[in-house]
Each structure stands twice: as structure tokens, then as C-alpha cells.
Design a protein around this ligand. Sequence first.
Ligand code: ATP
Length: 334
Amino acid sequence: MHTVTLIPGDGIGPEVTAAACEVIVAAGVSINWETVAAGTAAIEEFGTPLPQQVLDSVTKNKVALKGPVTTPVAGGFPSVNVSLRKKLDLYCNLRPVQSLPGVNTRYENIDLVIIRENTEGLYGGVEFPAGPDAVVATRIITRAASHRIAEFAFAYAAKRGRKKVTAVHKANILKKTDGLFLACCRDIAQAFPSIAYEEIIIDNLCLQLVQNPHQFDILVLPNLYGDIVSDLCSGFVGGLGLVPGANIGRECSIFEAVHGSAPDLAGKNQANPTALILSSVIMLEHLGEREAARRIRQAVETVLKEGTRLTPDLGGCATTTQYTAALCKALLKS
Ligand code: ATP
């Protein structure tokens, strides 16, 4: 029996985490969930969006499944997502973007991996006024963080038999910060001669991705570029409802979808839980539950391919609960 921290989050978080838990039970994996509140749910109860008990629980259990948490725009409390990643040193944000059967998009056979540096860049949130009409934000890139994310990217490529790592940058303008990021990627590339290495400027990457995403394999990016490119790439495979993710540190890992709290869908039983369910597939692999992980992924593929129980984001009219029930049924048959 595994003990795992469960952070339902807010917005559509409670609906998609409930779906993932149900599917994990149907796959026959016993998990003792330690449920903790973060985000707006926690503010009401604890007066803070990120109570200490969340950090304590993840530190103790080492593994968490997390729903999205809303981040207020232009004011309000700091991002819970960013705080968790920084406080727990979850330095790698791993986001595999893969085409799924039965999902109609303009792109086929997409198989990209986004590896985003998760702890620094512009996400320090260090901003200060520079006179009455100007504001400065600091962007920090360190050798240590750049080395370890590059090392993760190449080690991941080697372990999974992937062919190429592309480092993404804007070092023509941000010569020192992105320059350091690139220098670190080049250093690490030398230790992995069997994996091709290339570099691309972020704006050109966006063009190349839209025109021919198949030319890329693994992308390694500083924090902000990784955030933006993740949403762009999710469009290749059918949208944010489908792309999973993992925040990985040396000690702990938090598994969560790429998408945010989607307040427009909250409480409507319309959210697509696939992204969080596939995040839990990565979590189960991490926990050594490979067979259950394989069966859940297969159930997702079966139900998407059948196409009769799709959620509205994929052109269907099934509710979150109907789609989840279809997955559980497919699992019981497998
Ligand atoms: P954040 O900045 O917190 O990552 P965001 O601004 O990227 O959030 P999301 O909350 O991810 O925004 O949602 C963007 C849109 O994508 C939503 O309005 C919703 O229509 C769609 N969306 C996101 N997640 C899902 C989902 N699981 N199922 C269906 N649609 C979704």
C-alpha cells in the first residue's frame, strides 16, 4: 500500500482528482491518500493558500497527486504552484505531449517531450519599482539549475532511447542569462555523444513547431519558455485536457496536469480528467506500479478511440463522471 499526498486544488481540481482516484481504484492499486487543502479551499480554512501541512505531507510521503490551483492575476497571493516547486526544489517539469487515438487534430503522430526548468528564471517573482512609472522584474539563471535540468534531459533521452535534445533560448538578446543556460546544455551534451544536440531561438521554435513539430524530440527550456511552449504543444494533440505532467525533485515529486484551474468549467462536470489521469499514470510508473499504469493508459486509448463518451472539449457531450465511468468499465474488462 502506497501513501500519497492528494492536493485536490480548486476550480476543476476536485473533479479531475476525484476522477483520477476512481480510475486508480479500478486499476486495482491501493493508495492511502493523505488529502490536504491548497489554494482557495485552504484560504477559507487556514488563512493561507499554502498551509505548512501541505509541504510537510509531500516531504513525508515524497509523492503527491495534485489538481490545479488558481493563481490570481496582477495581484493577490503568490502562485501556490510556483511556491511548491521552489520550496520542495522540484527542479524539473516533465511534460510528454503525445497524440492519442480518436482525438481529431490537424497534427498526427506527435511525440514530443518538454523538459522545463522549474525553479528560477522569471518565476522568482522578484519585482520592484524603478521610479514612479517603471517596474523591474529580475530573471535569475544559475549554472547549478541549468546543469541539472540539462542533465535530466539527456539522461531521460538516454534512458528512453530518444534521439535528440533541443535547447531553447533567446541568447541573441539575453546574452548573459540564456547564454549561461546554453553553455550548461553544451557542457552536458558532451557527456552524451550518442544523443544529437541542437539549439534554437524561442521565436523560431514557435514557427518551426507549428510548421513541422515532428522535427523535434526533446525540448529543454528555461522556465517561462517552457510554460508557454507547453500550452502551444498541447494544441497539437487536442488541448489542455489531455497533457500530463510531473514536477520532479531529488527528494519528492508532484504529479499534475499542464492545465490550470479552468474556472469557466469548475463545478459543471464538464472538465476532461484525462490530463490528470495520465499524470497519475506517470505517478504509478514512478511508484513501480507499471502494469496498472499500462492498463490505465490503454483504457484511456480505448475510450477515446470508441468516441462515444468524449467530454465537450473533444467534441463530445459526456460529463466528467460519464467519461470516468467508461474508463473504469474498460479497466474492469482489461
Ligand atoms: P494557469 O495559468 O493556471 O496554468 P491557464 O490560464 O493556462 O491557467 P487554464 O485554467 O489551463 O488556463 O484553462 C485554459 C482553458 O483551457 C480553459 O478556459 C478551458 O476551457 C480549457 N481547459 C483547461 N483544462 C481543461 C480540462 N481539463 N478540460 C477541458 N478544458 C480544459
